[in-house]
Ligand binder design. Structure first.
Ligand code: PMP
Length: 395
């Protein structure tokens, strides 16, 4: 059969990360590749008990029925209350849309805002999954400059800010760099975007994973009118639930609702009911999140220690204060994608940075994810990776 794929479908490439993950299914591979949360953090007993509660009550009929596109009302209300308390802002339930993972929100936002060749500002590098979603609508990407503190607001030209459709940013423990945007830059960015009516899409799946529990002000609290905030339960409960949410002004939410109807009618009722049972009981997240932070912080320290011990002096990396990733810069002339081929033959995987730059203009970077790898394997894996890099440097 010769499938007559649309131009849009033909242009879509499968994600390098997904391809790499296929290799990692072999048992003896040490994978620093996937952005997966550690299964050790899944609250299995609580999920089991929540399922039992839903099925033992009349809730089961709602949980198995079609539901409203906006999401399960008690969960929306819970999110509104949670955010209002956490971020010290008033958020109401009708400013919230529950989505099938925040990945769906990225697709819906692309659909809602991007016409062909529209300008979209992105960090450089940025989340590959966002580029994949936006690519479908064929934007022109403009990379915003950044350094160790994250993006540099002053580098955004005012005329460009006025003409661009939106700026997609991950201010907390960014994927892939692990960087967190400083408070002063958040403030400067809020001022700049308000002044130029630039929509900010603030993607925040890692914000709760701050090792010291010191949350910085979210952009949507600083630039409420022009910010669309994305939250996710993937890294604090379990990604298999496929639950995320959007916080935005009601008009924007109602547009996303129309687009979501065409896409999947609504996010599964069952997982929404289950999640609500878990999070609404005994302040569950306030006990659970510190355990995740503790585990991730320990693994991060471990990897930093191994990097310091084995890597040649020509290699540089950051020391994240939260999240799941360390960003490594190799010497200029090295190509991380080529390095990956060699690493795979020695059963080590990581994600080369190249695909995470909208312009694919930087090839000497790679992302290391540490949270799913036990400590002994972190040490062994980094040692082997350092050997491979060292051989290249000496060539
Ligand atoms: N945004 C970023 C920055 C991510 O890293 C991820 C997941 N890796 C997502 C969104 C998608 O998360 P979800 O599971 O909520 O769809």
């Amino acid at each position: 059969m010769l499938w007559k794929f649309s131009q849009r479908a033909q242009a879509q490439k499968s994600s390098v990360i997904r391809e790499i993950l296929k290799v990692t299914e072999q048992d003896d591979v040490i994978s620093f590749a996937g952005g997966l949360p550690s299964p050790d953090t899944f609250p299995i007993a609580e999920i089991q008990s929540a399922v039992n509660t839903v099925f033992a009550s009349n809730d089961v009929y709602g949980a198995l029925q079609y539901g409203p596109t906006e999401g399960y009302a008690p969960l929306r209300q819970w999110i509104a209350d949670y955010l209002s308390h956490r971020d010290q802002v008033a958020v109401s339930a009708d400013e919230i849309l529950i989505v099938t993972g925040s990945q769906q929100a990225l697709d819906l936002i692309g659909k809602a805002l991007i016409d062909e060749h529209d300008k979209v500002l992105v960090e450089s590098p940025t989340f590959l999954g966002a580029l994949q979603s936006f690519n479908q609508y064929n934007p022109e990407y403009i990379a915003v400059e950044s350094d160790q503190e994250g993006l540099i607001p002053e580098s955004i030209d005012d005329e460009l800010a006025k003409s661009a459709k939106f700026f997609y940013t991950i201010p907390n423990f960014q994927n892939p760099t692990g960087r967190r945007l400083s408070v002063s830059r958040r403030q400067a960015l809020a001022v700049k975007t308000k002044l130029n009516d630039l929509v900010l899409v603030e993607d925040d799946p890692y914000g709760e994973l701050d090792y010291r529990g010191q949350r910085l002000p979210a952009l949507y609290t600083l630039a409420r009118e022009n910010t669309v905030y994305l939250g996710s339960f993937s890294k604090i409960l379990a990604p298999g639930l496929r639950l995320g949410y959007v916080v935005a002004n009601k008009l924007f939410i109602s547009k996303l609702v129309q687009l979501k109807q065409a896409s999947d009618l609504h996010t599964p009722s069952l997982t929404q009911y289950i999640a609500y049972q878990i999070v609404s009981k005994n302040n569950f997240l306030s006990q659970h999140i510190p355990k995740i932070r503790q585990l991730y912080s320990t693994r991060c320290q471990y990897m930093l220690h191994s990097l310091a011990q084995y890597m040649p002096k020509e290699v540089h990396w950051n020391e994240p204060e939260g999240g799941m990733f360390i960003w490594v810069e190799l010497p200029q002339n090295m190509n991380a994608t080529e390095l990956l081929r060699e690493a795979i033959s020695r059963k080590i995987v990581f994600v080369p940075g190249e695909t995470m730059f909208a312009q694919r203009d930087k090839t000497n970077c790679l992302r290391l994810a540490f949270v799913t790898v036990p400590e002994e394997k972190i040490d062994r894996g980094i040692k082997i990776l350092a050997e491979i890099i060292n051989q290249h440097i000496k060539k």
